[in-house]
Write a protein that binds this ligand. Structure first.
Ligand code: ADP
Ligand code: MG
Length: 699
């Protein structure tokens, strides 16, 4: 197998050595030959053409110029010390700027000589210049002509500083490609390559780094993308098939008093979508197989009731259930809200969070262990080792993207027979992403909001018009409504973000004076008691305004709130904005979402804000978000604990390949579930070595 050579330490590659190896490891995570081989260019440059300086404009990407250096000069002092080389090609002149390696470059660059310059022009004042371009004398460049198409690899300042320029990188790839020649084992069976018209792996891996032409490059990229997505799907589908065949589940046949009492006392009829999903769940929990179901439903679609009715089925059959929420605020709200629907005499419910007092905690542990507690609602506190159930038959995980895979799996192990799992998310996940993130789960969708919801009117307002926003809030509040004001909170800028929130709070309390107006404030720096106190002020309607960070993003339900003001809205992602907006529009009144931004907006921010104003459809926004930002940034992807570490495929753009790969995986596994046939041997061995994700931990 080629595994052996590919696993070699990168320091043994000619041109690397221990020092560069360390740098490559630290900056790009490259520690083996394989890592380098699978570090693909993120862009390609056609270096067959020379640009004229007069052609350069703000849209120019990486380009090459040919011309003469007229003189060089060291300018500036301290950090701004730089070498400037004045370069002309007869159509204009431009400055080449070097902040590092000044002495070395000064010796290298000679006035009056001809050079080829390669780099990306940047704007400096009124003019364009090149910062740290690659520069090579024409004579030498001619001796080693550059490929037609050259890859551009991602780099960092430290790599550049350590002498690993793009050119060095290409040299390393070249050295590697020579060593690996004839030693890369094919990973897909012949019949499959033919059927899917894919080129061999070795050629693809060569051409992706050194494309002879554009067509070959496309073929190489398709092959690599296909392989990547195919093995991902093969693993997921296999997992799903195994579960379908062997995952034994507790049978929850009986619909008893707990369920029926609640059902007959509902203050409103269930929506058709809620009923449909409950039927799907019922089919699962009576089947004898373990349920693994993802429930997607836009904010406000009524997922909580589905969770409650699922739990009640477990309870009616003499078992226990739990509902796990990502934050204490949410868990507490679930707990308080549940008594609107269930009778505490019939169903014994407990709340377990990080701030549950020791004595109560012990009582809850005991009640769970002896089975006297039917339903426990809580946070991460539920998965601590001390929590032992008498008979856990069903676990609901709300807003699941906040939980890591590990944490979920710990819940699984709390019962002899794995409990039925219902994972709920309000982050609408585009199909392609769902197929990858949750390819092993069954999916239900609540695609209908409870009746009477009016779309939330969404407006974009510049921050210089904040006074008008306050006036508008006042009108709503005076009419008996409540308002949210949300500030972004990001780790990297935490200190400043808190300052903004504090300043905002002062402004608001200055405008909305006590005792006529009460303003509550909730953020991560408060003690849990203070947080709960202020939260309750708002939930109970005693406070008119809730100033907070994005902690209220998920779940919080205050039907009387009609205004959502989002400060620095440009700093939120689409999914987050949509979540926040979903906090209003839950009562019968008309509701408003006001996106306040600074004056200067990047093109992307503007696009996001405009989209928010244009549509209220969460799925539409999610698709757009995925296209705009890619899955790496997709809300929830990171936190989900699922490393979708794709090298080349893009879930936003490659959905046709993904769909094809998934159906191929299903066909193959339907025919040969354990990949035992001879023709699938290669698939089986690569499925193991290709374990990008530890699938065993997902469920
Ligand atoms: P989410 O799906 O965002 O978790 P919730 O379960 O919090 O939504 O429900 C949002 C609101 O809608 C709650 O106030 C809930 O009582 C209400 N609700 C749920 N189902 C219905 C229904 N069928 N008819 C009317 N209101 C409903
Ligand atoms: Mg919810």
């Amino acid at each position: 197998m080629s595994g052996y050579i590919l696993d070699s330490d990168i320091k043994f590659l000619p041109g690397v050595g221990p020092k560069r190896a360390q740098l490559l490891g630290k900056e790009l995570g490259i520690s083996t030959f394989r890592d380098l081989l699978y570090t693909f260019p993120f862009r390609y440059v056609d270096r067959s053409k020379f640009y004229a300086i007069s052609e350069i404009d703000s849209t120019s990407a990486y380009i090459q110029l040919r011309g003469t250096i007229t003189r060089t000069e060291v300018m500036g002092t301290g950090k701004a010390t730089r070498l400037v080389a004045f370069f002309t090609d007869g159509t204009g002149s431009i400055e080449l700027v070097f902040f590092k390696g000044i002495k070395w470059m000064q010796e290298k660059l000679k006035a009056g000589e001809e050079y080829i310059v390669f780099g990306k022009p940047s704007v400096f004042g009124e003019r364009y210049n090149f910062v740290h371009p690659e520069v090579e004398p024409v004579a030498r460049a001619a001796a080693t002509p550059v490929n037609h198409i050259t890859g551009v690899y991602s780099s960092t300042e430290k790599l550049q500083g350590g002498g690993i320029t793009n050119k060095t990188f290409i040299t390393l790839q070249k050295n590697l490609s020579q060593i690996l020649k004839g030693r890369i084992a094919e990973t897909l069976p012949d019949w499959f390559l033919q059927q899917k018209r894919l080129i061999p792996l070795e050629r693809a891996l060569h051409d992706v780094h050194f494309p002879p032409d554009m067509y070959s490059l496309e073929q190489a990229r398709s092959r690599l993308k296909y392989e990547e997505l195919f093995y991902l799907q093969l693993a997921l589908v296999k997992q799903k098939f195994i579960k379908m065949r062997s995952g034994e589940g507790v049978i929850l046949n009986r619909l008893g008093e707990a369920f029926n009492y609640t059902y007959s006392h509902l203050p409103f009829p269930l929506t058709n979508a809620q009923k449909r999903v409950l039927k799907e769940i019922r089919a699962d929990v009576t089947s004898g197989r373990q349920m693994n179901r993802l429930l997607q439903g836009d904010v406000g679609s009524g997922k909580t009731l589905v969770a409650i009715f699922s739990a009640l089925q477990a309870i009616d059959n003499g078992h226990q259930a739990c509902i796990m929420a990502p934050t204490e605020v949410l868990a507490t709200q679930h707990y308080n809200g549940i008594f609107r629907y269930i009778d505490p005499e019939r169903v014994k419910v407990a709340l377990l969070t990080g701030s549950t007092k020791a004595k109560e905690r012990r009582e809850i542990y005991a009640g769970l262990a002896d089975g006297s507690i039917d339903l426990v609602i809580g946070t991460h506190a539920l998965i601590e080792d001390k929590v032992q159930f008498n008979s856990l038959a069903l676990a609901v995980i709300d807003e699941q993207h906040r939980f890591g895979v590990d944490q979920r799996s710990r819940l699984w192990s709390k019962s002899e027979t794995a409990p039925h799992i219902l994972v709920m998310t309000a982050t609408p996940i585009p199909r392609t992403l769902a197929m990858t993130l949750y390819g092993d789960l069954d999916v239900s969708v609540i695609d209908e909001l409870p009746p009477g919801r009016k779309p939330v009117v969404t407006r974009h307002v510049g921050e210089n018009r904040r006074r008008q926003v306050y006036e508008f809030m006042k009108k709503e509040i005076d009419a008996g409504r409540q308002a949210f004001v949300v500030y972004p909170l990001i780790k990297e800028s935490e200190k400043m973000d808190y300052e903004n929130l504090e300043q905002g709070y002062l402004d608001i309390t200055d405008y909305f004076r006590q005792p006529d107006y009460i303003t509550a404030v909730v953020h991560g720096k408060q003690t849990p008691e203070n947080k709960a106190f202020d939260m309750n002020l708002f939930v109970s309607g005693k406070a008119d305004i809730l100033v907070s960070t994005s902690v209220i993003e998920v779940g919080v339900d205050v039907p009387n709130a009609s205004v959502m003001v989002i400060e620095s809205a440009e700093r939120f992602g689409l999914a987050q904005l949509h979540q926040l907006r979903g906090r209003v529009g839950r009562g019968a009144e008309k509701s408003y979402c006001i996106l306040v931004t600074g004056y200067k907006l990047s093109k992307e921010s503007k696009e996001r804000i405009d989209l928010m104003c244009a549509t209220g459809d969460g799925f539409e926004l999610a698709e757009a978000d995925l296209k705009m930002r890619g899955p790496g940034d997709f809300e929830g992807t990171r936190q989900s604990g699922l490393a979708i570490d794709l090298h080349i495929a893009n879930l936003g753009k490659d959905s046709p390949i993904l769909e094809d790969a998934r159906s191929a995986a299903i066909d193959i596994l339907t025919d040969d579930p354990l990949l035992e046939k001879d023709c699938n041997r290669l698939l089986r061995s690569n499925l193991k070595t290709n374990s990008i994700i530890d699938y065993s931990k997902i469920s």
